[in-house]
Design a protein around this ligand. Structure first.
Ligand code: CAO
Length: 415
């Protein structure tokens, strides 16, 4: 039995943030019923298509293990059907623009009237305040949540990251909120409202940068390269390039082949505990005794010299050789892996983190499986549903509609 088996989720999510949340719930065994607009469905079905007229990878990689029902929930009949679904489900999740479900007639108050055990979860761009009515996409959240101002090279423009911390990151936060509310319902018998704002989610993931903001008020940040380079600090946490944030200086260094391969780099951390091993490996055993290099504090103003010397060594090795040599010596390093390399990585296939999924219209495609592994609730990744694929069975089984009612709703364009 899967961990969330028996839990019915009314999934009103679209694009990326909400679907990542409900996909996790589906992977853990919840019956996720994705409600989509008749005819078009989730807009991502048609976005960034690689095959004409076939659900995009954008959609198929975010909506595994769900069922799809089409329903015009703005029509009177549609509202009636939706009310029946609300009565039967445990969780309702949405990430429409602020106020959309209220305008549809399904405010939190109304939902509680229909089903007091309902957990009603939403993602919005911002929490209550000046921006609460704004529509928000991934990169806006990264900018408003502090990631962009602290990412990128010093002196260059603010930079967004490839990791979808605004969308998928907030989806993760919301999923935790939902299972926590389900746990609470076991004791209280009542549902509750769960909200996660993308700005808050990003800021939570940028927690260490707010730490540095407060440290900055007390003095310079010595582990930032700009300290050793004599570049003055301003009033706010600066962009740190590829410096590591935790007081164990690290950088991205070139490896053999960097001239032609854009990913022939390694991350290299000069962890204090293994400094002796680092000095041996890079051919600088004398640095262990040299007072200019022997201690972490002594090295901080000389990080450029330290990393230039290490790089002279890493450039003689491939990124994988660096890993093979440094790992047994406990030196923390990591190859910069391209998406191509990750897609081909056998160990990720074995753990189900990268999975091959079959789809009736697109054939086989690669997806990222569930990154959280539960020993007693093993995830089987199933393909995303076609638009409205399960409309009839959901309306019969969950909403209790008769064949006649379903036929009438279809004729009226409600489903
Ligand atoms: N039947 C009838 N109407 C439906 C429906 C259905 N099954 N499903 C959705 N709709 C309607 C909504 O009720 C809404 O109508 P109104 O505007 O008239 O109230 C309308 O479709 C469109 O919803 P939207 O405003 O959310 O869509 P959008 O494309 O304009 O905006 C987005 C998209 C993402 C900017 C916005 O939804 C948003 O800000 N969401 C919250 C933050 C978020 O999750 N962002 C992450 C997006 S991924 O980067």
């Amino acid at each position: 039995m899967k961990a969330l088996e028996g839990i019915k989720v009314l999934d009103f999510t679209h694009v990326q943030s909400g679907p990542t949340c409900t996909q996790l719930l589906a992977w853990f065994g919840a019956d996720v019923i994705k409600v989509e607009r008749p005819g078009s469905g989730d807009a991502t079905r048609g976005q960034l298509r690689d095959i004409p007229d076939v659900d995009s990878l954008y959609f198929t990689m975010l909506n595994h293990n769900k069922r799809s029902v089409t329903l015009n929930s703005k029509s009177e009949k549609g509202k009636e059907i939706l009310t029946k679904l609300v009565e039967e489900c445990d969780v309702m999740v949405e990430n429409f623009a602020p106020g959309a479900l209220d305008r549809m007639g399904f405010s939190w108050q109304r939902i509680q009237e229909i089903n007091s055990r309902m957990i009603y979860a939403s993602i919005k761009g911002f929490g209550p305040g000046a921006y609460e009515d704004c529509k928000v996409y991934e990169n806006v959240a990264q900018c408003a949540g502090g990631a962009a101002s602290t990412t990128g090279m010093l002196g260059d423009v603010p930079t967004v990251t490839g990791a979808q911390i605004g969308d998928s990151g907030t989806g993760l936060h919301l999923a935790l909120g939902i299972v926590t509310a389900l746990f609470h319902r076991e004791k209280s018998g009542k549902g509750q409202r769960v909200t996660a704002a993308m700005q808050d989610g990003v800021l939570n993931l940028c927690r260490v940068k707010l730490r540095d903001q407060q440290r900055l008020a007390k003095g310079v940040l010595k582990e930032y390269s700009q300290f050793g380079e004599g570049i003055p600090f301003g009033e706010a946490t600066p962009r740190a390039g590829n410096d590591s944030g935790g007081g164990q200086p690290g950088r991205i260094l070139k490896c053999k082949g960097w001239e032609t391969d854009p990913d022939a780099y390694t991350y290299f951390i000069t962890q204090a505990a293994v400094w002796k091993n680092i000095c041996q490996v890079i051919g600088k055993p004398e640095w262990t005794e040299d007072e200019k290099y022997a201690t972490p504090d002594a090295r901080l103003p000389r990080l450029n010299k330290v990393f230039e010397t290490i790089e002279a060594w890493t450039m003689t090795k491939t990124k994988f050789e660096v890993m093979e040599i440094c790992n047994p010596l406990n030196i923390p390093v990591g190859p910069i892996l391209s998406m191509k390399e990750l897609a081909e990585e056998p160990s990720l296939r074995e753990t189900g983190t990268i999975v091959e999924v079959d789809h009736p219209e697109r054939g086989t495609y690669l997806s990222v499986g569930c990154p959280i592994k539960l020993s007693d609730s093993v995830v089987d990744v199933e393909r995303s549903p076609l638009l409205g694929e399960h409309t009839k069975e959901i309306l019969q089984e969950v909403a209790g509609l008769s064949d006649k009612e379903i036929a009438e709703a279809k004729k009226a364009g409600v489903i």
